[in-house]
Design a protein around this ligand. Sequence first.
Ligand code: NAD
Length: 484
Amino acid sequence: MKYAAVTNYIHGRNIPARNGTMDVFSPLNGDLISKVPLSSAQEVDEAVRTGQEAYIGWSETPIKERVQVFYRYRDLLERYADDLAALVSEENGKTADEAMAEVLKSIELTEFACALPQLTSGEIQEVSRGVECRSEHRPLGVVASISPFNFPNMVPNWTIPNAIALGNAMILKPSELVPLSAMRLAELLQEAGLPAGVFNVVHGGRAAVEAICDHPGIMAISFVGSTKVAKLVYARAAGNFKRVLALGGAKNHLIVLPDAHLEMTASNVAASMTGCAGQRCMAASVMVAVGDVDHIIDRLGAEARKIVPGENLGAVISQQAKERIEGYITEAQAQGATILVDGRGATVAGKENGYYVGPTVIDHVTLDMKIAREEVFGPVLSIIRASTVDEAIEIENGSGYGNAAAVFTQSGGLARYVAERVSAGMIGVNIGVPVPREPFSFGGWNQSRFGAGDITGKSSIEFWTQLKKTTTKWNPAARSNWMS
Ligand code: NAD
């Protein structure tokens, strides 16, 4: 094993597994690289208790002091970016460039948190003669963040800097498939001067998540993962009267019109479907080809063939994921779809035990096929043919998900027409991966998001805080002209 067994991280201390462990493999080559604790309700309870103690001092620290930790954390992310990216690539399987992009995004997220004192200054007004009312954002207490495998560094940083800078104590439950990056983040927060107990990491799977949903000491939970688990977490945690924001899976449609710019569209769609091996909740999954766009599809095929596993295409997370993805392709083929580019059976010399799927483009997919409806989460693009723009919009609207949608055209009017009618939270015009950069917030619609608001940006301020309204009269002689 290249790395020592992962531990939980509670009150700044490393606590070895008590309830058994699970093996952690690198998708790049299938090597066993570590073991991860499978924690129980007991470890969650310990993390909550230490969080509650630490919360007292931390929430009383002025926000301008709290963000000093995140100025230092940001610099540490930058200083160790190469190492952090290498770790992401090793445990997740993505390419070095993709891993570095993830770390750079974490830096940007942290910079937003450093600006929180400027964004949360509250309001004050004289509401009656001699009577003032002020409102201020107050933290919630101990909160939890549950993250998926596909962005081991960035998704935890969607929540850590904002929730903690706003005065909360946090428990992170990372994906058990990628536990190593989370531990590096804990080390960097400690090095940045965050007091012990304000940030804790509890590893594990379903049992740990259920304990988080049930613990009365946890005030809010953010979840990022599949729709199936997002629904379970949302229902369970809300049933326990917690504030919950649960982001789920995706099935993103890119609508390509005949006047779309040939090279830009083909290269953008190819990059969107294959980036991070298609394991992005913002990845292109369906291209809705409107009218005669065969010239764009031919070019897309050529672009996809330039993407080579082990070179500019990373691995998928597990052998099980590889088999699931290949199963979708085989089933679509059996149902009559045309495989234009076939990524099944990919191997990489010297990394024969890695989990690779090559880029795959499937034409003439129809709505009755499973691949048209379900999230594949691999470097696979289904092309569905449509005769009109309205038919394309109807296809997009028919997907239960709603994370991202995009339109490719050179007509401003048509772009606007489509952007207004697609049912998704993040829209791209000639952009295949329309991730909003800070300060714009990240979040989908429909079955891609349960709860209110978005997970990053200004929206997250409302999620991680509650408003306290104080009405004051100091001068008994003031002739207030309202009931107060
Ligand atoms: P997942 O749902 O399998 O796991 C997410 C988290 O839930 C992990 O921490 C895992 O340990 C836990 N978990 C798994 N099964 C559970 C269960 N039965 N009960 C309680 N907890 C459970 O997701 P994943 O495979 O790690 O990540 C990929 C998914 O995440 C994709 O569907 C992708 O679209 C989605 N995702 C969505 C967004 C978004 O912003 N909407 C971002 C990233 C990933």
